[in-house]
Design a protein around this ligand. Sequence first.
Ligand SMILES: [Zn+2]
Length: 279
Amino acid sequence: MCKNRIILFLSCFIFVLVPVLADEFPKPSQEMLQQVARLKAKGFLLIDYHIHLRGGMTAEKAFDWEQKSGIKSGVLENTGKDWILSDNKKLATFIENAQRFPLLIGIQVNDRDWYKTTDKKLLAQLDYVLADTMIMNNETGQPQKLWLENQYEIKDIPAWLERYWEHCKTVVNEPITILANPTYLPPRVEQYYDTFWTEERMGQFIDLGIKNGVAFEIQSPSKFPKRAFIELARKKGAKLTIGRNNHDDHQEELKRSLDLLEELNITPNELLVLPAKKL
Ligand SMILES: [Zn+2]
């Protein structure tokens, strides 16, 4: 009886647990693999530049997903005074850890003086720098996370939007590689999207990006940028990227990004392909 139990336990271990342990990371859906195959047949080299190593996501998991999905992984984390990589020592450890796998490595910058405070030797080890416009200094110069809407007021909407426009231009003038979530507006002023992001303003913004060698991201979980911006950016010859902006280790399948590549007939040479060290 006892012997039988041991055999039963061992059988369970071999046939049930061993396969699970050997492949514990998620697999892409058939639908995603078919979509990637269609895009690859058109000549695309697909790179997801916006994979945060947070919430359980690791360089190993990002590399495993790259092998399974056929989409190259670019891993990064947030830098800045109030962020996980708050100094150069932490950034050095992050790079060292990510370098254990053959991945593109970047940072997401949140302080507007990042290019002065980040160690140049560390910047030189990075493949890219990504930023967004979602943190703007308030009237007293304190950084304000714009998605935390209960933490700030907008008393004068036109004046706020004008200040935000100046902020957007500041970010795209920094030595960044990718502008994530372009044309973002916080929910309470989203109703002004079309009157704020006029064709003229979008055009000026895109021209600045092109002049500074900044690519514009089509982020999968975001509704920004809208199609009109993507189309204008393409017309002007800007480079585009795709990205997931994950918060955990659940594998986002980049649905919106990949769908838009197909629906808008975007061509492989319109996507930014690194490595092309900028700093
Ligand atoms: Zn991000």
